[in-house]
Design a protein around this ligand. Structure first.
Ligand SMILES: [Zn+2]
Length: 239
């Protein structure tokens, strides 16, 4: 991971800022297995750099626009949703039908480090159960709000059989409400092979997204999703 003051998440904890290659390895899946998927231009040319595109804080009213753009480019994404915002009317089915993943981002975005272990566990359990109850699909990945966590958080995540995931590159989209160009530039410039890229379900992000995706495709990036636990497994791979 290359450090950069502006866009790289500063925490060096490998339990959370885990390399994409290592996630695939834990599931005994090679990243190369992704190579045969066709890219946005319809070719089967192998791509050299793998990037995971993630969107936090949804489901929001921007979700339809984001899904339309992702569908246009045939790009998959991982959505970290807040349990409080999910209800059966949200387009979770479209998200899953179009090949995306849903992860958990807690119940209502509290700073988990200010909560006791039992409070954290209850929050994570509630949000995980809500998504799984509505979608019928087990949650594999959890991202702590603000990227803030402590050892209690990691224990709660492990207890609930989820994998913590932060990010390597931030688009800083929440800081660039009026500068979508800056959002796409952040993502394009600092993404490298194995990067997990942080975006949010925000209006300015929808404006930046086409340029961001096109810029990364021009850098020979292939967008991939991390492996997930199978529906029947309660244990899955251990990290
Ligand atoms: Zn968030």
């Amino acid at each position: 991971m290359v450090c950069h003051d502006e866009v790289i998440y500063p925490h060096e904890d490998n339990r959370v800022v885990i390399r994409l290659q290592d996630i695939f390895k834990k599931f005994s899946i090679g990243l190369d297995a992704q190579e045969n998927k066709s890219d946005a231009y319809g070719s089967n040319k192998p791509r050299k750099k793998y990037v995971v595109l993630t969107f936090d804080d949804g489901p929001s009213r921007c979700l339809y626009q984001i899904l339309d753009i992702l569908a246009h480019y045939n790009v998959p994404a991982l959505f970290f949703w807040l349990g409080k915002y999910i209800h059966p009317q949200r387009p979770w089915k479209r998200v899953l039908d179009e090949g995306h993943l849903i992860g958990s981002h807690s119940w209502k975005h509290r700073d988990l480090t200010k909560l006791s272990y039992q409070e954290q566990l209850a929050d994570l359990q509630l949000s995980k159960d809500k998504v799984e109850e509505i979608t019928g699909v087990p949650i594999t990945y959890f991202r702590p709000p603000f990227g803030r966590y402590n050892t209690d958080t990691l224990l709660a995540v492990e207890t609930l059989n989820m994998i913590p995931m932060l990010w390597h590159v931030s688009t800083h989209d929440w800081l660039n409400r009026h500068h979508p160009k800056k959002i796409s530039e952040n993502g394009i410039r600092y993404s490298e092979d194995g990067s997990i890229l942080l975006c949010h379900e925000l209006q300015q992000t929808t404006k930046a997204l086409p340029e961001l995706i096109e810029g990364l495709l021009d850098k020979d990036v292939q967008f991939v999703l991390p492996p997930i636990y199978p529906r029947s497994s309660r244990q899955g791979a251990s990290l």
